[in-house]
Design a protein around this ligand. Structure first.
Ligand code: PGA
Ligand code: ZN
Length: 426
């Protein structure tokens, strides 16, 4: 089926900032659209968002990205076979011509690539996840859901970016959400009782009114217990340290505790947390430039917990292979807009799988009603999904989409569950 037209427009993301939406229409009238999300704590090697600069909308307007789509991308793609995702993505990469998509913009490319994918599924008259599964057996992913937001998503109120839970005792996606809903509610009640309820952070997690990073962990354990679950075996903790946000060149500045740690010091601190708290997954424990630290941390903890690379791996197949060769991390975070196209995103996931790594398809802190990542996580059988907290509709739209996928006739073959996690002791 050939692409008949491709249109782009500016829409607004969950932080009220401009972003790019692309709509692809096929010759048979079917269509699909894709929207670029936006990070706040970004890896330096990510595909670059093309923003206009200047004063309007804080310099974040996307008129240049839209112009590139209209003038260069649309003429290139109209008339092409919509189901040739690899060919289209290769053409987009060649048209841009830069390693990190600086010319046309990673935002323009990812919205286009996702729109093509959606349009291809539409003309095949299949839900996206099913189109991607190509008849293979796939499962609903295990969700990581934020309870407290911190770091760059909460004015750096606490240093750690995401305090999340994983419903390790759940046997379906629906049950994982039910358990998380109770923990989220319990955490809110605990905060309210302490007079510490101050709204929510960028991804919908409770605003982290804490005096120390450990206080958030203690409160999370209390919330799990208050919700009636056993910490660890039923509901466990996952952290995104996002260490690149408060450290580089082996120096880490914990603002909340007014401490500076070196790489070994931060490693020791995190290892202590692993002993004291029921943590099963830890993302970006060291900064993206601290490869030796990531290797040391993975060596020390990788057999027990999942060590996730986000800023360090930037959804890049080559970087995943290099990391695996030196033993850094055991799980790859997979964000389509870090890579820039669907094909490169898939290549990073394949590289993770080939290396024996687990994988987590992830949203960004700036999101929209777009639910594509839920279909990618399911159809590609990634095992895990991370989309932020259990509030705000740009997050709930995604959790709810997974419920639809799980409950419709012809649903995937069950739920990945805790077996999707890397690094669990046998
Ligand atoms: P970001 O945060 O979208 O702001 O990068 C998400 C993450 O770090 O995983
Ligand atoms: Zn992260």
């Amino acid at each position: 089926m050939k692409i008949k037209s491709l249109n782009a427009r500016r829409i607004w993301d969950s932080r009220g900032r401009p972003t790019v939406e692309v709509e692809v229409t096929n010759e048979d009238g079917t269509s699909g659209s894709g929207i670029a999300p936006a990070g706040a704590s970004m890896g330096t090697r990510e595909a670059v968002e093309l923003r206009d600069g200047g004063s309007a909308f804080g310099g974040r307007d996307v008129q240049r990205a839209l112009a590139g789509i209209e003038r260069e991308i649309a003429p290139l793609l109209v008339g092409r076979d919509v189901s040739d995702q690899a060919g289209i993505d290769a053409a987009l990469i060649a048209l841009d011509g830069t390693p990190t998509k600086t010319r046309l913009g990673g935002n323009a490319l990812v919205a286009t690539s996702l729109a093509v994918l959606h349009a291809a599924a539409a003309q095949a008259r299949q839900p996206l996840w099913q189109y991607l599964a190509q008849g293979r057996t796939v499962q609903l992913p295990l969700p990581q859901i934020q309870i407290f937001g911190g770091g760059a998503h909460a004015g750096r109120r606490v240093d750690v970016q995401d305090f999340m839970v994983i419903a390790t005792g759940a046997s379906s996606f629906a049950q994982a959400l039910e358990m998380t809903a109770e923990v989220y509610r319990a955490a809110g009640e605990i905060m309210a009782a302490r007079g510490a309820l101050a709204g929510v952070a960028d991804e919908g997690g409770w605003w982290p009114n804490f005096a120390r990073n450990e206080e958030a962990l203690d409160t999370l354990v209390q919330a799990i217990e208050k919700a009636g679950y056993t910490p660890g075996s039923e509901v466990a903790i996952a952290l995104d340290i996002a260490a690149s946000e408060f450290g580089s060149k082996g120096r880490y500045r914990l603002a909340l505790e007014n401490q500076e740690l070196d790489s070994d010091g931060l490693c020791e601190r995190l290892l202590r947390w692993l002993e004291r708290y029921p943590i099963v997954s830890i993302e970006d424990p060291l900064a993206e430039d601290d490869e030796a630290g990531l290797v040391a941390f993975t060596r020390a903890a990788g057999d027990r917990v999942q060590v996730v690379g986000d800023d360090y791996l930037v959804t890049n197949a080559q970087r995943v292979r290099q990391a695996a060769a030196i033993g850094a991390c055991n799980c790859a975070l997979i964000k389509p807009n870090q890579a820039g196209t669907v094909t490169e995103t898939r290549a990073a996931l394949d590289a993770a799988r080939a290396a024996g790594y687990a994988s987590i398809v992830s949203a960004r802190s700036g999101e929209t009603e777009d639910v594509a990542i839920v279909h990618l996580a399911t159809g590609w059988n990634a095992g895990q999904l991370k989309v932020g907290s259990f509030a705000r509709s740009e997050r709930m739209a995604k959790w709810n989409e997974a419920l639809r996928i799980e409950s419709r006739p012809g649903a995937p073959a069950g739920f990945a569950g805790r077996a999707a996690l890397a690094g669990r002791a046998p």
